[in-house]
Design a protein around this ligand. Structure first.
Ligand code: NAD
Length: 446
């Protein structure tokens, strides 16, 4: 089969056309990765650390080229694409230290002489399946920890981000079989899930569920980071103008195509009226780049139209605009009736619903009504309110006086409820995920 990826800002611009290897080619790549793994592990901590450091240097040396490719292939604004490229290098540098980290612990025996050791060992081949919205950072935040602890990896990127993944792997320039990119879609992804020794998936909830089921059937460890339906709480004591700025970034940044984007804004008490005005005004003035494709545009306009037909008020945006490319005016809606899909499903675009809560308790209940919470933000000047909300919000990341978007790569990352499955990604949590603990009992010979 052949795969084509296009520039979302200029759909006639084909970024790459490439053949896809099908299930058989994917399994062959897994076999090559499996053959390379013992050598990669035996090369030792210093060699793996040096390889990841060189990879970081290569990303830095080609930062402008990579950022331009991200802009062209997935329509990310240049500033954000530069930020993602810098973060990709930083993630590689962070995990370049991991081969030297303790790989276990020493314990006393319960009785008698000897020592008990725990030792973390890699699984073998990591199967990595990624979405298109962070086409450099997500592949690297999966691959770097997997490789650091001695696995080899096969990466199946989203078709829309194929050129980014292929160029990234070329620049990382790891030994043969250590990191292989398989261009393709569902067929290659499913084949990889069926053959890898450990699976890390990021993408939509529907596909993620199928991946989790398939790995459970095979009995291999898996993690999945899925879609989010994230809430922002704005308290009456907040600096409303600043909150509106943060929310504009969280709703419309990269056209709302971040799993941490805000899609439900919950204004408490007297915050409602001034926030409604300030946020609608900012979103109306916000320059917004293209969404990833025609289907996304149809999904977004369809959701806004059905909400309007059900009695919602569209405060701004919600329509297709003149481009360039697949563009959509960031939307804010009020009065969306309970049960409408905008309140229960991720639409993955610059659309938010404004809700009103009488007090903090009601705001938290509304926020926690979603089972897909990845990130939440709370806007308040009161430390007590911030801490209470951070305690009670069901979300994997809680950001006080900051947009819900924004991730610190050196800390664990992931959602709650149906937004995530398995061990956290990033930080030290990722090193645990890509290794299994063995307990070794060491007794004196006589
Ligand atoms: P997607 O689910 O359509 O695709 C994700 C990946 O899965 C792609 O590589 C795709 O080719 C592959 N795939 C498709 N069918 C498969 C199958 N049957 N078996 C195995 N792999 C298969 O998602 P997308 O459109 O690329 O990305 C957008 C989604 O990703 C959004 O829902 C977004 O919230 C989510 N996302 C989540 C996070 C997070 O950390 N929680 C981060 C970024 C994006």
């Amino acid at each position: 089969m052949t795969l084509t990826s296009r520039n979302p800002a200029a759909p006639a611009d084909v970024v790459i056309t490439t053949g896809t290897p099908g299930a058989a080619g994917t399994l062959a790549a897994v076999d090559r990765a499996r053959a390379a793994q013992p050598g990669w592990l035996a090369a030792g901590a210093a060699a793996r650390s040096a390889a990841l450091t060189r990879a970081a240097e290569a990303v830095e040396a080609h930062a402008d080229e990579l950022a331009a490719l991200v802009v062209r292939e997935v329509g990310k604004p240049l500033g954000e694409a530069r930020g993602e490229t810098a973060r990709t290098a930083a993630i590689l540098r962070f995990y370049a230290q991991a081969p030297y980290a303790p790989a276990g612990a020493v314990h006393e025996t319960a009785a008698g002489p000897g020592l008990l050791l725990t030792r973390r060992r890699p699984y073998g081949v990591a199967g990595l399946i990624t979405p298109w919205n962070f086409p450099l950072a997500i592949p690297v935040w999966k691959a770097a920890p997997a490789l650091a602890v001695g696995n080899t990896a096969v990466l199946k990127p989203a078709p829309e981000a194929t050129a980014c993944a292929l160029r990234l792997a070329e620049l990382l320039d790891l030994p043969d079989g250590v990191l292989t990119v398989i261009p393709g879609g569902a067929e290659e992804g499913a084949a990889l899930v069926g053959a890898a020794d450990v699976v890390s998936f990021t993408g939509s909830t529907a596909v993620g569920r199928a991946v989790i089921a398939a790995t459970a059937e095979r009995g291999v460890p898996a993690q999945a980071e899925l879609g989010g339906l994230n809430a922002a709480l704005v308290l009456p004591d907040a600096d409303i103008e600043r909150a509106a700025d943060d929310l504009t970034a969280a709703i419309a940044g990269y056209a709302g195509q971040k799993c941490t984007a805000t899609s439900r804004v919950i204004a408490v008490g007297e915050a409602y009226e001034p926030l409604r005005e300030a946020l609608a005004k900012r979103l109306a003035a916000e320059p917004c780049g293209p969404v990833i494709g025609e289907a996304a545009l149809d999904r977004l306009t369809g959701a806004v139209d059905t909400a309007r037909a059900a009695g919602a008020e569209v405060l701004t945006g919600g329509i297709r605009t003149d481009g360039p490319g697949w563009t959509f005016a960031p939307a804010l809606l009020a009065g969306v009736p309970a049960g409408h899909p905008l309140l229960t499903e991720e639409f993955f675009g610059p659309v938010a619903v404004l809700l009103r809560a009488a007090d903090l308790d009601e705001a938290i209940a509304l926020a926690n009504a979603s089972r897909h919470s990845l990130a939440a933000s709370v806007h308040t000047r009161e430390l007590g309110t911030a801490l209470a909300a951070a305690d009670r919000l069901a979300a994997g990341m809680i950001r006080i006086n900051a947009p819900s978007t924004g991730v610190d790569f050196h800390l664990p990352f992931g959602g709650t409820g149906s937004a995530a499955y398995g061990e956290r990604e990033q930080g030290a949590a990722a090193l645990d995920f890509y290794t299994a603990s063995r307990t070794v009992s060491l007794l004196p010979p006589a």
